[in-house]
Design a protein around this ligand. Structure first.
Ligand code: SF4
Length: 251
């Protein structure tokens, strides 16, 4: 494998002195399937990219602008007030960087020489001085969204817990209760009129981030292993790939 190829693909090199960056989404990828993670980070073949969710990003941006106005005033946003939450948007100089993709909240784990990072949407603070992680979500579903009870919501919960872990590792006091500001666009209206209307719910989630450190250790062991991990039992794609390669051999 040429040096140039390695540099471009940002592949894991255990001999490098530079910390190797692992984002929150790559931790999630490792949890979903160590084989896919290994193929991406060590062998340089990532999953195909999905389409960008531009409408979701627009909602995130607008929410950030709105919460920032209350941050500047030091008062609770009406949604915080309406939900009886003891918090205000936190004014902290680090937030600008903590919100940036590819930077975010970072923690250098010296034991593994991994630089873990993840970009948060917002940060509030309660009257005990604990930092509260806030994540914005936007979608459009028929049913009201006021809880995270679908199986796949585990991804969102882990996302929150990784952010809480990162902030904790940076030496801040973190509340284990985080919030999802969930915006659900109404699709039942008769007319569009160039307007999307959202039902917005603030959903609390009590996180427990004790699993993160051991997962980082496992992920590091995986990166240092010379053998490719087994495919996930629950993924249909590897079985599909095996089946198509078998068919192709006979063409
Ligand atoms: S099992 Fe699925 S997720 Fe894992 S490597 Fe194969 S395609 Fe990727």
């Amino acid at each position: 494998m040429s040096k140039e190829y390695k540099r471009k693909r940002n592949l894991y090199n255990p001999e490098s002195l530079k910390p190797y960056k692992i984002s929150r989404s790559k931790i999630e990828l490792f949890i979903e399937c160590p084989r896919c993670f290994y193929t991406d980070r060590k062998l340089g073949v990532g999953r195909p990219r999905g389409f960008p969710f531009n409408l979701n990003s627009a909602v995130d941006e607008l929410l950030k602008n709105e919460f920032d106005q209350y941050r500047a005033k030091g008062t609770p946003h009406p949604l915080i007030h309406k939900n009886g939450i003891d918090a205000i948007p936190h004014q902290i100089k680090e937030l600008d960087v903590w919100r940036q993709n590819f930077k975010g909240v970072q923690y250098h784990d010296t034991q593994t020489n991994l630089l873990l990072h993840g970009a948060i949407d917002d940060l509030w603070i309660n009257s005990d001085g604990e930092l509260i992680v806030v994540d914005y979500k936007a979608t459009s579903k028929k049913d009201k969204i006021d809880r995270l009870n679908d199986t796949w919501h585990i991804t969102y919960k882990r996302q929150m817990e990784i952010y809480q872990w990162l902030i904790d590792k940076n030496g801040y006091s973190v509340s284990n209760t985080g919030y999802f500001v969930y915006c659900n666009a109404d699709r039942s209206r008769q007319d569009f009129n160039n307007l999307l209307e959202f039902d917005v719910n603030v959903i609390p989630y009590k996180g427990s981030w004790s699993w993160v450190s051991s997962t980082i250790q496992d992920l590091h062991t995986c990166l240092n292993d010379d053998s490719v991990p087994a495919p996930s039992k629950y993924c249909e794609y590897c079985a599909y790939l095996d089946a198509t390669s078998a068919v192709h051999k006979h063409i």
